[in-house]
Design a protein around this ligand. Structure first.
Ligand SMILES: Cc1cc2nc3c(=O)[nH]c(=O)nc-3n(C[C@H](O)[C@H](O)[C@H](O)COP(=O)(O)O)c2cc1C
Length: 198
């Protein structure tokens, strides 16, 4: 179980939008579990008290995306290094793979080694069948648009927490799937390194 997310903050959304930038220079300072919880909630958390709808919009409310977190050694206080799968229902994470995979993930991303420095990377994946069963090929477009919304939510939430985020689309899909140890049908769309700016 993750700590409960909060619905209050000290940064106006206007200021978060103004400040947002892709950052590629991070320190390895660990992140609090509360901050990880808040970021995952902003990405894909269920925001209805009695329902299933999430922080980001989704075509037909079919939710084709999954968010994985690649946590480094001493990356998040109280969490061992590994790959975790976010489960929106119940706001929790499931352990997928053990060990610090950040460096391998950076190598799978055309050796963008700056990605290995911050405490964690989020990987947003799409399972197209969940949405294409209703919308046909157009579902692929909808899933990609949704990933953009999730990415911006992560960017803005990171700002509000005093953190910074990067965004990476240059990677080899199969290598990323293998590094994470996730099902092949979960196709990676975006990787977002998050942490404190160096
Ligand atoms: C879909 C997408 C893929 C991107 N891929 C990479 C990447 O692989 N590596 C990288 O350093 N930046 C990547 N970027 C970041 C862009 O270079 C960055 O957004 C752009 O320079 C504008 O800067 P800003 O985000 O700071 O406003 C990507 C951005 C997007 C939206």
């Amino acid at each position: 179980m993750l700590p409960k997310p909060t619905h209050e903050g000290s940064l106006f959304v206007e200021e978060a939008i103004k400040r947002r930038r892709t950052v590629r220079s991070f320190s390895s300072r660990p992140m609090k579990k509360q901050d990880l919880s808040q970021l995952l909630y902003a990405a894909q958390g269920i925001t209805e008290d009695h329902g299933f709808k999430r922080a980001a919009p989704s075509g037909g409310a079919l939710y084709p995306l999954d968010v994985y977190t690649v946590v480094g050694d001493k990356g998040v206080e109280g969490l061992e290094a590994g790959v975790y799968h976010y489960i929106p229902s119940g706001h929790r994470i499931e352990h997928v793979t053990t060990g610090d995979r950040k460096e391998e993930l950076a190598k799978a991303s055309l050796h963008q080694m700056w990605m290995a420095k911050p405490p964690l990377n989020f990987v947003i994946t799409a399972q197209y069948s969940r949405i294409c069963s209703k919308y046909g090929d157009r579902g692929v477009r909808y899933a990609m648009i949704e990933a953009g919304h999730v990415g911006q939510n992560i960017f803005l939430q990171a700002e509000a927490l005093g953190l910074k985020a990067g965004i990476v689309g240059a990677f080899e899909d199969m290598k990323v799937i293998n590094v994470l140890g996730i099902p092949k049908k979960h196709e990676p769309l975006l990787i977002m390194p998050v942490g404190y700016r160096a």
